[in-house]
Design a protein around this ligand. Structure first.
Ligand SMILES: [Zn+2]
Ligand SMILES: [Zn+2]
Length: 401
């Protein structure tokens, strides 16, 4: 276990980012891998002092939706791939990560979950972002909203299969398109397993969303991407026009969603609209990053190394070769935070909240992490004044990978 922090680790000379305010010149004191207090004054004798250099002391980021990085996709299904991706995202400030499945065979999904479980158990200081659970994302997508994911690996929810995945105890976020046969049963099972239950890659109507909500669904994956709209439902049902997932999320206070704020998927106006309409407590920043993160432009497999769909990265975003449709991001949560800040002008505590406390709350781990508060794990970042990641601490141990 990372216990390198004893006797004390103290962050000084920075502006501390709390969920509701900035505190200039405060110190963050950590002991035994936990935050002890946020205060003023000199560090205790013998403490290890971390000088923030006039920048920011921020909570570590929490990523609910992420496929890979630095050449590895979690669906590669090996411990080595999982480690590589967790380390890559730690360099971008993610200290808590939910490796995300895509479409694939049951064996591929089981291998991915097993690899994540193995890496979670071995837990060392250089492991990078800590795995808090797996996001069972594919394979239960709507046939007309599969996007860049491998089509052959899509299917309707199969209780025999998902019960085996849930039985691992590792799945903490579970996605299914609301209109699929068996979706409601899936949602109820996911809720019983304490998952954040989400609808994604879906062409659902308002009434399908309302039924899903009653079954426990509370979140929608990557807002405006691979989801229904008034226009897409008009194609399905004609007139009168139907309300879509978008209207349901905006209108239902119990719902949250997430945006890919890489500057390529959504315009600044849409990011601003999402923040203004939903507020920082119902909106998460996610990377949805694929293996091309921190890799040169080129062709990459999305999903499993053997049979994933080919996508292309230009170094800024992933896209489907030839077609031009976007295929997930290639940047880290630090970029999302900076882009969201610039695009919306939202106060920095709110922007950081969307990348830390809000996702932690939605998935039920906010007592452990997500903000700088006494008793929580010492997942702490030092950012410079331009919000670039300078140092990363996971459970009080510095990540130097
Ligand atoms: Zn997706
Ligand atoms: Zn995704």
């Amino acid at each position: 276990m990372p216990r390198a922090a004893t006797p004390a680790l103290v962050f000084v000379n920075g502006t501390v980012i709390l969920p509701d305010r900035l505190v200039r010149g405060a110190t963050v004191e950590c002991v035994g891998g936990r935050i002890r207090r946020i205060g003023r004054g000199r560090p205790p004798r013998g403490a290890t002092v971390v000088d923030a250099g006039g920048g920011y002391v921020s909570p570590g980021f929490v990523d609910l939706h992420v496929h890979g990085g630095n050449g590895a996709d979690f669906m590669d299904g090996t411990a080595e791939a999982v480690r590589t991706a967790c380390q890559a995202h730690a360099r971008h400030g993610t200290t808590t990560i939910f490796p995300t499945t895509t479409t694939g065979t049951e064996a591929q999904l089981a291998a991915m979950i097993a690899a994540c479980a193995a890496v979670r158990r071995e837990r060392s200081a250089d492991a990078g972002a800590r795995i808090a659970g797996v996001h069972l994302y594919g394979p239960y997508f709507a046939p007309d909203k599969v996007g860049c994911h491998p089509v052959a690996g899509r299917r309707d929810p199969d209780p025999a299969e998902y019960r085996r995945h849930f039985a691992t105890g590792l799945v903490r976020i579970a996605t299914c398109a609301a209109e699929l046969p068996g979706a409601l049963e899936f949602y109820r099972a996911a809720r019983r397993h304490r998952c954040l239950v989400t609808c994604g890659h879906s062409n659902a109507t308002w009434s399908e969303m309302a039924r899903a909500f009653r079954a426990g669904m509370r979140h929608v994956d990557h807002f405006w991407c691979a989801m229904s709209s008034v226009a897409s439902l008009r194609q399905r049902y004609g007139t009168p026009m139907q309300a879509s997932m978008e209207q349901f999320v905006l209108a239902e206070p119990g719902m949250s969603t997430e945006v890919i704020a890489d500057g390529c998927h959504l315009s600044p106006e849409l990011l601003t609209f999402a923040w203004r309409q939903l507020g920082a407590r119902r909106l998460c920043l996610v990377t949805d990053a694929n293996r091309a993160l921190d890799q040169p432009p080129g062709r990459y497999r999305f999903g499993c190394a053997e049979d994933g769909e080919w996508i292309e990265s230009d170094g800024r975003v992933g896209f489907v070769p030839g077609g031009g449709a976007l295929a997930s991001s290639v940047v880290g949560l630090d970029t999302m935070v900076r882009t969201m800040r610039t695009a919306t002008g939202a106060p920095l505590p709110e922007v950081v909240r969307m990348a830390s406390l809000t996702p932690a709350e939605r998935v039920g781990i906010a007592r452990e992490t997500g903000s700088l508060a006494p008793g929580k794990r010492a997942d702490v970042l030092v950012l410079d004044r331009r919000l670039r990641v300078r140092r990363v601490f996971v459970g009080g141990a510095e990540f130097r990978g």
